[in-house]
Design a protein around this ligand. Structure first.
Ligand SMILES: NC(=O)c1ccc[n+]([C@@H]2O[C@H](COP(=O)([O-])OP(=O)(O)OC[C@H]3O[C@@H](n4cnc5c(N)ncnc54)[C@H](OP(=O)(O)O)[C@@H]3O)[C@@H](O)[C@H]2O)c1
Ligand SMILES: *[C@@H]1O[C@H](CO)[C@@H](O)[C@H](O)[C@H]1NC(C)=O
Ligand SMILES: *[C@@H]1O[C@H](CO)[C@@H](O)[C@H](O)[C@H]1NC(C)=O
Ligand SMILES: *[C@@H]1O[C@H](CO)[C@@H](O)[C@H](O)[C@H]1NC(C)=O
Length: 333
């Protein structure tokens, strides 16, 4: 078998690029972590939806939403695991709020539609949508809908879900006189991303870290485009993208770093509880009311890669996405 030097070269370049981005992000966490203060607000009766709330950073977000006395809907592949997570949170002494789990596989458009229908039947008004579920550096595979898994789970699936829940978020935002909020858990890795319009699946020359970066840049482009549409229509919904920090979760299980230096993540990375703080800030901060479309890290708005501000790319990806998920009018049935 011929050795594909081009592929190896590309993979090595990405690996180095990630160490640089990761190191910069860790330095940012050290310098600005003190800005991260958890300030919870009581929101009885508000309904929050989170994808991937049974593990990692999501668990800490669920715990905080419950402390705010909200009703939390956890979308997860394994509802048993979700229910165990709720029990664990309760056993820690969090008694306020309420929670339920619905089946959701972000890698399947069909599952996303069923999930959205289940949610909507029970909850015609929603106040928060946290697009948290994500995968990183997984080997090449196509979903049942025919898309590369990073692109499908991290980006396309959340686009479809947001579209399906937007009417209920508009209702929720309108009824409260406070904007409903959509939070996209993106990543500083978006900096390394490029959108490959000729081949979203990157099947020509697949490098997992490139696929992750593409999906996270796509999320950010989406956030910006959606915010501009929401502002045009005065919709009582705003959207934020968040980098939670470099957080020690299972997301890093397959990285060379964790395999060779397993002591590094516990030493240098944030804990999941620390990673949840900026997400909570984006969910709750009164300072952000009416100011969507931005990118937050360590509880403040920071600059994203200029690539995410390119309106031509935003529109082009937006149109491609609508074709793929078969949405004619975004946010309308
Ligand atoms: N950790 C970091 O340093 C870091 C940095 C930047 C951004 N982020 C982002 O933060 C988010 C959460 O990551 P994490 O660190 O908490 O990772 P994690 O511990 O690996 O958790 C990932 C979550 O996503 C869910 N998920 C994955 N594939 C799914 C699918 N097909 N359908 C439904 N749910 C699915 C998982 O559910 P299952 O239990 O069913 O697998 C799990 O709840 C991700 O979007 C990630 O990109 C993390
Ligand atoms: C949601 O809907 C699907 C079918 O539409 C169903 O099979 C599933 O059990 C429902 N409930 C939950 C809790 O996910
Ligand atoms: C980001 O936000 C939009 C909704 O504003 C959503 O449709 C898109 O898929 C989200 N992507 C993620 C998970 O960041
Ligand atoms: C990741 O690694 C930890 C510790 O080695 C293990 O307990 C956990 O089950 C792994 N998670 C995944 C999703 O592979």
């Amino acid at each position: 078998m011929a050795i594909n030097w081009k592929l190896i070269f590309k993979a090595v370049c990405y690996e180095i690029y990630y160490y640089v981005i990761g190191a910069a992000a860790i330095v940012e966490d050290f310098m600005n972590g003190h800005r991260n203060k958890l300030e919870l607000v009581q929101r009885p009766g508000d309904v929050a939806v989170i994808t991937g709330g049974a593990r990692g950073i999501g668990v800490e977000v669920v715990k905080n939403l419950l402390k705010c006395d909200m009703h939390v809907i956890i979308g997860c592949r394994n509802t048993k695991a979700g229910e165990r997570t709720i029990e664990r949170i309760r056993s820690l002494g969090v008694t306020s709020g309420s929670a339920e789990c619905f089946t959701l596989d972000m890698a399947s458009f069909k599952s996303i539609k069923e999930f959205a229908a289940n949610v909507t039947v029970k909850h015609p008004a929603l106040h928060l949508l946290i697009n948290n579920a994500g995968i990183m550096f997984v080997p090449f595979s196509l979903t049942e809908d025919g898309y590369e898994s990073h692109f499908a789970v991290n980006y396309l699936g959340h686009c479809l879900l947001t579209h399906l829940l937007l009417p209920q978020l508009k209702v929720g935002g309108h009824s409260r006189g406070l904007n409903a909020r959509i939070i996209n858990v993106s990543s500083s890795a978006h900096v390394a991303g490029n959108i490959n319009f000729k081949d979203f699946n990157l099947k020509e020359m697949y490098v997992a870290s490139e696929a992750y970066a593409q999906s996270k840049l796509a999320q950010l482009l989406f956030t910006k485009k959606l915010e501009s549409l929401l502002r045009e229509s005065d919709s009582h919904v705003q959207v934020h993208a968040v980098h939670p920090g470099v957080v020690n979760t299972d997301l890093f299980n397959d990285t060379t770093l964790k395999k060779i230096f397993p002591w590094v993540p516990p030493l240098l990375f944030k804990t999941p509880a620390q990673g949840a703080i900026t997400i909570m800030h984006a969910c709750l901060s009164p300072l952000l009311e009416g100011c969507g479309g931005n990118y937050l890290s360590n509880s403040r708005v920071i600059a994203n890669s200029p690539k995410a501000d390119n309106k031509v790319t935003q529109d082009k990806l937006w149109d491609a996405m609508r074709k793929i998920v078969e949405v004619h009018m975004f946010g309308e049935m």
